[in-house]
Design a protein around this ligand. Structure first.
Ligand code: PMP
Length: 444
């Protein structure tokens, strides 16, 4: 720990916190478990920042990476190609919503978003629509930390400091159902919120390149959720006004919301789809940006027209990452993961639902394999606890003392476990969560 703190600067961390709370060195991982050097174990209920799908140290993915390693560790993807990236692209085109025909690669979620924004903007340039230079995003959205991705996000904690550096974007009220009236359905509320989007697109269509959304769950924005009907409307309206729809499924892709891709629940195909995190089963940094043949063709021309998409990253389409992704896709194809998850998500709900009666829980919500529990100071009017009180931290610490890695987002405790979690482990997760919430909400 001391060696760590003398040389490391950790992500998303106020390093001074580690004067009070030690950083936890992990020795090994196995299935849902992480184990430290003192033999303490932690159930990874948040899949190590939402990346892990089939457990740590998964034999099938391990073997695939080892085999790839003995064959080819890396080659540049410009002018050259390799078997794993071709096979992965074939699978992704087949598995993602119909109409996405070409795969472009990047190496993390944020860089996938950057590529998507540039691709959309550049498409309109290539189509002689030079006036199109704006992006529309939802309030409370999150798309990553690089400057373009941060520009289309709306979580003040991450964004505010950098505001002077960012692109000007149009932010539209989110369909997030937390604020619906009691008795109002998710569908009715989300559709009601669409009127704001409709008006914005109607008024500014000439200037807008694309609308970017996180389908169904705004994950970093406190796991706020909405109804698929919003996405269906959005698809129709983007078509009507000649605007791209970018679906950021970096977090929700690969089964998290109950379907392989969240867009399926709205029966839509975005113009651009961003994938990362679970793409490699949580093993290696890789991202894919899928798009339609229409967008691809707008770049396809003689070199001298200078219409090509000259965007690249050194590790684009890295073979080890592609091998991990292919092994992950095998795991989906070889067993009915989505069907099995349907049962698991019902079980998760059964365990979380009683917390709805807790005097300091405003809402328990779920989309598939994602469950969130929102702690509030005042249940009647949903007044949040002041952020300075760091109530979530109490839940985190209670978790660590009880074999559990829970990492609340502010006052929102959530579960996003690997799909190999058992009912018994969910029982344990629920017990520790309930105790943690009691501990966090009892303190004055
Ligand atoms: N988009 C979404 C929806 C995300 O949740 C995240 C990461 N939490 C990103 C983009 C950025 O991905 P990365 O952290 O790999 O840059």
């Amino acid at each position: 720990m001391q060696r760590d703190l003398s040389v490391l600067w950790h992500p998303c961390t106020q390093m001074k916190d580690h004067e009070h709370w030690p950083v936890i060195p992990i020795k090994q991982g196995q299935g849902v478990w992480l184990e430290d050097f003192d033999g303490h174990r932690y159930l990874d209920s948040i899949s190590s920042w939402w990346v892990n799908l089939f457990g740590h140290n998964n034999p099938h993915i391990n073997t695939a990476i080892k085999q790839q390693l003995d064959q080819l560790e890396h080659v540049l993807l410009a002018g050259f190609t390799h078997e794993s990236v071709i096979r992965l692209s074939e699978h992704l085109v087949q598995l993602t919503p119909q109409g996405l025909e070409k795969c472009f690669y990047a190496d993390n979620g944020s860089s996938a978003i950057e590529a998507a924004l540039k691709m959309s903007f550049h498409y309109w340039q290539n189509c002689d629509q030079q006036q199109k230079n704006k992006f529309v995003c939802l309030s409370n959205s999150y798309h990553g930390e690089t400057l373009g991705a941060l520009s289309v996000g709306d979580v003040a904690l991450y964004k505010q400091t950098y505001q002077p550096l960012l692109l000007e974007t149009v932010t539209v009220t989110s369909p997030d159902c937390f604020n619906r009236e009691s008795g109002e359905s998710w569908e009715a509320y989300s559709l009601k919120q669409f009127t704001v989007m409709e008006k914005t697109l109607a008024e500014q269509a000439e200037q807008i390149c694309a609308v970017i959304v996180e389908p169904l769950v705004q994950c970093a924005g406190s796991m706020r959720m909405y109804h698929p009907a919003y996405l269906s409307k959005l698809r129709q309206t983007c078509d009507r006004y000649n605007i791209h729809l970018i679906a950021d499924e970096v977090a929700v892709g690969f089964g998290r919301t109950g379907t392989l891709f969240a867009c399926e629940q709205a029966k839509i195909t975005p113009d651009i789809l961003c994938l990362s995190k679970g793409l490699t089963g949580g093993y290696l940094p890789l991202a894919a940006v899928l798009t339609t043949d229409t967008i691809y063709q707008a770049f396809y021309d003689d070199y001298t027209t200078l219409r090509a998409f000259l965007h690249s990253h050194s590790y684009t389409g890295n073979p080890l990452g592609c091998a991990a992704a292919l092994a992950t896709i095998d795991l989906f194809k070889n067993t009915d993961v989505i069907g099995k998850n349907r049962h698991l998500s019902q079980y998760l709900w059964q365990k979380a639902e009683p917390l709805q009666d807790h005097p300091h829980v405003a809402e328990v919500r779920q989309h598939g394999m994602i469950v969130a529990i929102e702690m509030v100071q005042n249940k009647a009017n949903k007044t949040p606890y002041p952020w300075q009180e760091r109530r979530g931290l109490t839940v985190y610490q209670h978790g660590l003392q009880n074999e559990m890695l829970l990492r609340p987002l502010g006052n929102v405790v959530y579960w996003m476990p690997p799909y190999i979690i058992t009912e018994e482990q969910i029982d344990h997760l629920a017990t520790v969560t309930i105790e943690g919430i009691h501990a966090a909400t009892q303190a004055a």
